[in-house]
Design a protein around this ligand. Structure first.
Ligand code: MN
Length: 300
């Protein structure tokens, strides 16, 4: 094992989204991105006896893709293109905001009473960030069975298997199951930077025990990754080619300049560009005050 590789641990920030407690692993002060990934929220596990179901009113996005991946429960997506899709474990929902889209996310009426998952955002590179918006739901992401566990691949390629999800720069998103008492190892792209988050159970990465609510940055130049679990565990592995462009994030927008943010916010307030989400009646989310522009704090 090389000791020259990066292994840095960052505490997530506690965020409240309605009734839901969220661990925000990206962006944090010390780390803004991992490859194109610029946002990572871990929500749950919760039961709806303790908290209310998810109900996020229509809100806009630009310049990014949202990726919703669940370990338990259900989240229904409705957008201004007219798409409706319920995410459940094994499904990945990928919404490409491009120049602008609005969507709502909520727990469907028929639900399991539980919720556990992640939502990630991938920044779109300059060549694609003004594209027309799009949405895809992949009913069953590819799973690679290895002796020590299973790789569920929602974005990118590992072990010769590629997720059908459409992306616009080198990217990796995988949910690793490490069986109890087992070791899981595989090759990764040395040109990618990578990061880990423990989702369930327990797991060690190259001898380092992982804790929940933390992001572990692995840097670039790794050719392989090795995990071991005593009682079984699940780990989120994200990565990608280090993003070459400087992004500006504010609320639900990924842009390059303040002017673009101001314009997108005005278009939302004045009901232009993004469209409506008729499947989710009731009030939309209001844009925060622009005085917050100096302190980017995206919600979801
Ligand atoms: Mn959203």
């Amino acid at each position: 094992m090389s000791t020259s590789h990066t292994f840095e641990s960052y505490a997530s920030r506690d965020i409240r989204l309605g009734d839901l407690q969220i661990a925000r692993a990206l962006p944090i002060r010390q780390r803004r991105m991992v490859g194109p990934w610029c946002f990572l929220d871990r929500f749950g596990p919760v039961s709806f006896g303790e908290v209310s179901p998810m109900d996020i009113a229509p809100h806009p996005h630009i310049g990014l893709q949202t990726i919703t991946w669940l370990l338990a429960g259900e989240v229904r997506h409705n957008d201004s293109l007219g798409y409706e899709a319920v995410a459940t474990p094994g499904v990945v929902n990928v919404m490409t905001a491009g120049r602008g889209i609005a969507h709502a996310e909520r727990t469907p009426v028929a639900n399991s009473g539980r919720l556990s998952g992640v939502q990630l955002w991938a920044a779109l590179p300059d060549a694609h960030r003004a594209m027309e918006p799009a949405f895809e739901s992949i009913a069953q992401v590819p799973a690679v069975e290895l002796p020590g566990g299973v790789i569920r691949l929602f974005s990118g390629t590992l072990e010769g298997t590629t997720s059908p999800a459409t992306h616009y720069s080198g990217i990796l998103g995988a949910d690793l199951t490490i069986h109890s008492g087992a070791a899981l190892a595989f090759d990764v792209q040395p040109s990618y930077e990578h990061a880990l988050m423990l989702l369930e159970g327990n797991c060690e990465f190259e001898g380092n025990p992982l804790q929940q609510q933390r992001l572990y940055s692995l840097g670039t130049h790794r050719a392989s990754a090795a995990f071991r679990s005593k009682g079984g565990g699940r780990v989120l592995l994200i990565g990608g080619i280090p993003f070459a462009e400087q992004i500006l994030m504010w609320w639900n927008f990924v842009a390059r300049t303040h002017d673009e943010i101001v314009e997108a916010r005005t278009d939302w307030v004045e009901h232009r560009r993004f469209g409506e989400v008729p499947a989710h009646p009731g009030p939309r989310l209001e844009a925060p005050d622009l005085s917050d522009l100096a302190r980017p704090n995206p919600i979801s």
